[in-house]
Write a protein that binds this ligand. Structure first.
Ligand SMILES: Nc1ncnc2c1ncn2[C@@H]1O[C@H](COP(=O)(O)OP(=O)(O)O)[C@@H](O)[C@H]1O
Ligand SMILES: [Mg+2]
Length: 339
């Protein structure tokens, strides 16, 4: 599959939670695509709906009690929202795998790493013998760069460091050779050197195995290094979408420009002054009727408060929803910060 071919197409996805305090539309009309060999970044501050978007793709919330999904999630031309729970189960782990921030809570404490990886292999390859599955588990651990994998395969999750556990979880996700890997803040809990190693591993596996990757992170620095395209979310909606270079060189939306200006650089570390977007993410029902970023926006105009922002398109499929986008393209906030 070439990079241009669609692997996943999310169309006008809405995820509504039914809570005792009423309905919360945590994902509100989100659309994006992921190509076969592509690494798509989803970024935005905490609470913007990144995790809900990724969990919705796999329909991980309980549709009987908790949540309603609308829109389309087309994976290899099948709308996942129309599948039965049973068919969904064969998609999860098999075709689409997911890794999380916290490996400890997704690994089972009472089984060794090897047993868990072998089990994942056996669920998806019914004929395979236990011994063969264990051998494959060792190979997968080796692929993720775990030292002495033939010994580590017998370790329990609590006997491993955070970085090693994360690698083990990646090995488990790869056990079924998924077409799409969703990585939700996979390195947030780790220290910086280990973070870089894990990111390198994900990129290397992406190159070698050719799977599509959705990388969810609040760290734009990581995105600039590894992603081909970026989706920027704010309060449950996409506000900008485009190729990584276009986004970083010519951000259209003031929110994106603010996120880029907030990335620490060597310079800012020296001066100890870092740009910050004013205010914080408001509750969903407290946001302005028009643009949800209105209260925090330095380029806001009167109509931004009342009217939903229009779609502005630039080159290479780069687009944003904004009444007053930065069309000159300079990251003016960076310059202002230097003054
Ligand atoms: N299980 C849930 N029940 C109700 N609301 C939820 C639930 N999970 C998330 N939300 C809502 O969705 C919003 C977005 O959450 P999330 O996707 O976890 O943000 P992010 O991953 O971008 O930090 C939260 O602020 C919360 O209001
Ligand atoms: Mg999250």
């Amino acid at each position: 599959m070439t990079q241009k071919e669609k692997l996943l197409e999310v169309k006008d996805l809405k995820t509504v939670f039914h809570t005792i305090r009423g309905r919360i539309t945590a994902v509100d009309g989100v659309s994006f695509e992921v190509g076969g060999g592509e690494i798509l970044g989803i970024v935005g501050e905490s609470g913007c709906g990144k995790s809900v978007t990724s969990q919705s793709i796999l329909r991980l919330y309980d549709e009987k009690k908790q949540v309603t999904y609308t829109g389309q999630i087309n994976f290899k031309n099948t709308n996942l929202l129309e599948l039965s729970e049973r068919d969904m189960q064969s998609i999860r782990g098999n075709e689409i795998a997911m890794i999380f921030q916290d490996a400890l809570s997704s690994l089972n404490p009472v089984f060794t790493i090897g047993e868990q990886i072998a089990e994942a292999i056996r669920v998806h390859n019914k004929g395979i013998k236990k011994k063969q599955a264990m051998e494959r588990a060792v190979q997968l651990l080796e692929l993720t760069g775990i030292p002495a994998p033939e010994e580590r395969v017998h370790a329990y999750p609590h006997e491993m460091s955070g970085g090693m556990r994360q690698r083990a979880m990646i090995a488990m996700a790869l056990a079924c050779e998924p077409k799409l890997l969703i990585a939700d803040e996979p390195t947030t809990a780790l220290d910086v050197t280990i973070q870089a190693q894990i990111m390198e591993l994900i990129c290397e596996l992406h190159d070698r195995l050719g799977m599509g990757v959705i990388l969810i992170t609040h760290d734009l620095g990581v995105v600039s290094q590894v992603c081909t395209r970026v989706v920027v979310m704010y309060l449950g909606q996409i506000i900008e979408n485009g190729p990584v270079q276009d986004i970083f060189q010519r951000p259209l939306h003031p929110y994106t420009a603010g996120l880029i200006a907030s990335i620490p650089t060597l310079e800012t570390e020296k001066r100890k002054k870092l740009y910050m977007i004013k205010g914080s993410v408001p509750a969903m029902d407290k946001a302005a009727k028009g643009c949800r970023f209105y209260d925090r926006c330095e380029r806001a105009m009167d109509r931004c408060q009342e009217c939903p922002p229009p779609l502005v398109e630039s080159e290479n499929g780069h687009c944003a929803y904004c009444w007053n986008p930065n069309l000159e393209g300079a990251t003016s906030l960076r310059e202002r910060r230097a003054l």
